[in-house]
Design a protein around this ligand. Structure first.
Ligand code: MG
Length: 158
């Protein structure tokens, strides 16, 4: 068994789509980034790569590479899941926390779980997603940015 933890944060700016866990959320602002800046997918990818002891997303999908400009992070997550399977590891469970003040993401929680599970090749029961605010404190509290944490448990089999 292997565990991995991932964290990501992006600045929120006007005029960007807000893609979270592969789901587009109606919002006046969205996370700035080279790709679609999906913090939830990024934290999850980093958690898996960490559990694989295979570095991080910056190493596998560098933002200096034009190939990843505007990239769909959920597609990159699919590629990480494929790498995981090729390393003879499978995802037992994943849990994630999104930290932001607004918009409210709870109405999209089941859609995000479904989309992340599909990308990972597991059932939605294996993927937890919840959200919290920081009660106005810090960069997430002021709305300057959005952050996400993810933990995963991988199994290498017998
Ligand atoms: Mg990121």
């Amino acid at each position: 068994m292997r565990v991995g933890i991932g964290f990501d944060a992006h600045r929120l700016v006007e005029g960007r789509r807000f893609v979270l866990g592969g789901v587009e959320i109606p919002s006046d602002v969205g996370p700035m980034g080279h790709s679609d800046a999906d913090v939830l997918a990024h934290a999850l990818m980093d958690a898996i790569l960490s559990a694989m002891r295979a570095g991080d997303i910056g190493r596998h999908f560098p933002d200096s590479d034009a190939a990843y400009e505007g990239a769909s992070s959920i597609e990159l997550l699919e590629r990480v899941a494929q790498m995981m399977r090729e390393a003879d590891l499978c995802l037992v469970d994943a849990d994630c926390v999104v930290v932001l003040e607004s918009p409210k993401v709870s109405p999209f929680r089941e859609a995000m779980r479904g989309e992340l599970a599909r990308a990972l090749g597991v059932t939605p029961e294996c993927v937890g997603v919840k959200a919290t605010t920081t009660e106005g404190m810090g960069f997430t509290g002021t709305g300057e940015g959005v952050a996400a944490y993810a933990v995963v448990l991988l199994d290498g089999g017998a």
